[in-house]
Design a protein around this ligand. Structure first.
Ligand code: ASP
Length: 442
């Protein structure tokens, strides 16, 4: 019998997880059962993926850079990557702004719903925590992000998943210095990292064997901990606007893939699909990164020279889905609370949502923290911030799941575009299986 493709197995796990979660919400003590006995398996899976993220970034980036043989190529890849990332993010925000201004989801929200949402969420721990975190982020100077990018202790940076950019900085520095001491002298280190890279990719294969069960656990937990369905329905127009925008963004990526790489965009999405399904289930592009890297290299054919830089950087700074959501959410809140936005305000949203998505961490719910900063940039009254966030809090988790899929898809699209432009997109990628050498060690 032909083996079932991975994306089907994951999809089946997701569907059963949702159905199981729905069933459990109807049974007394069902939610506690899921939290205590099912959810831990999802958490273990996410931890395993995060566990290998730092070694994978280091090993593959060193390999990518030391394979280059020419530093100017790296500059070329770097500049192109940043340029295309900014371009796609601005398009994402623009799509969001156009849609939310046409659909006007905030105008139809009744006073009654606003009161109910405010009462339920405005003083809740969730909303208050986002506001508190945003004010922490804001209190820094304009160049603080550059300062933050440079670690003062490589080991400390590597021991913290939140210091991804510091790890990337250190690794690029290491890789370039390896190039500069010449091939012969850097060979032992290069061999070490090459081998580490192979091993970590094998770990990804092994972790992925567990993916269908993990997504079952993750999704059943999302279902049992989700909010009052009535509130979700009241916010359907807003959620629909975000999802519609994200869908248009996928179409935009498909056009980019077709026009610039000449690959079939449906084939592209199919190859990427396990990473997208994991992004949906975990709501974290950082946790999904190892799988994104594996799919983009082994299944789409992007050379490591490109993917090893473009994808980790993308996971941290390129969040098209998040930026689109921030634009829609900011305007929606303004519409619902009768706060007028001028044309200049909307332009301000483009700039701040761009910066906010760069500054958002690649973890669940981070986009909402930076939304506070977008709202403040258009002088949204501070005393109404909690009410504003309360309006969208109920649907934030499902929207987070959707925007994370787009964040990952955007990174993979840009990686393919950059690879094509430097002649590093291979025609016949060969995926490796977890058991390729199993016979030798059985
Ligand atoms: N969860 C998103 C990500 O990891 C970030 C966000 O929009 O909250 O990409």
């Amino acid at each position: 019998m032909k083996k079932l493709a991975l994306h089907w197995k994951i999809l089946i796990g997701m569907v059963i997880g949702i159905l199981f979660g729905l069933l459990m919400t109807r049974i007394d003590g069902g939610s506690t059962f899921v939290a205590n006995w099912i959810n831990p398996f999802g958490s273990i899976f996410v931890k395993l993926l995060k566990l290998i993220a730092v070694p994978l970034i280091i090993a593959s980036l060193v390999k990518g850079i030391s394979d280059l043989k020419d530093i100017s190529k790296f500059k070329n890849i770097g500049l192109k990557t940043i340029g295309i990332y900014i371009f796609t993010t601005v398009i994402a925000i623009t799509i969001g702004l156009l849609l939310v201004n046409v659909v006007k989801p905030g105008d139809g929200i009744s006073e009654e719903t606003i009161t109910k949402l405010t009462e339920t969420y405005a003083n809740s721990g969730g909303v208050q925590a986002k506001i508190a975190e945003a004010s922490k982020q804001k209190s820094s100077g304009p160049l603080q992000f550059l300062v933050d990018m440079v670690p003062d202790n490589a080991m400390k940076a590597m021991s913290n998943n939140k210091s991804m950019l510091q790890v990337i900085f250190f690794t690029i520095f290491l890789g370039i210095s390896m190039l500069l001491i010449g091939e012969k002298r850097s060979k032992p280190l290069k061999d070490f990292f090459d081998s580490l890279n192979e091993v970590v990719l094998k770990m990804v294969d092994l972790i992925m064997l567990f993916a269908p069960i993990a997504v079952f656990a993750l999704l059943s937990n999302v279902v049992v901990s989700s909010n009052d369905p009535d509130l979700l329905i009241a916010l359907l127009k807003y959620a629909g606007t975000v999802v519609g925008g994200l869908f248009l963004l996928v179409v935009f990526y498909m056009v980019l893939v077709k026009v610039f790489t000449k690959k079939n965009p449906f084939w592209f999405l199919k190859q990427l699909s396990p990473a997208q399904l994991l992004a949906f289930s975990t709501s974290s592009s950082a946790a999904t990164l190892p799988v994104t890297m594996e799919r983009v290299e082994e299944h789409i054919g992007v050379d490591k020279e490109v993917s090893s830089f473009v994808l980790p950087v993308g996971a941290t700074i390129n969040m098209d889905g998040t930026s689109l959501y921030q634009a829609v959410a900011a305007v929606f809140i303004a519409q619902a609370l009768g706060f007028d936005l001028t044309f200049v305000d909307q332009l301000t949203i483009i700039i701040t949502a761009l910066l906010a998505s760069i500054g958002s961490a690649a973890v669940p719910g981070a986009g909402m923290v930076m939304l506070v900063i977008v709202l403040e940039s258009v002088n949204f009254p501070a005393d109404k911030l909690a009410i504003g966030l309360a309006l969208i809090f109920a649907v934030d988790r499902p929207l987070d799941m959707c925007r994370t899929v787009i964040n990952v898809t955007g990174d993979a699209t840009v990686a393919s575009l950059v690879a094509k432009s430097v002649g590093k997109l291979h025609d016949n990628p060969t995926p490796k299986n977890w058991d390729d050498h199993y016979d030798e060690v059985k």
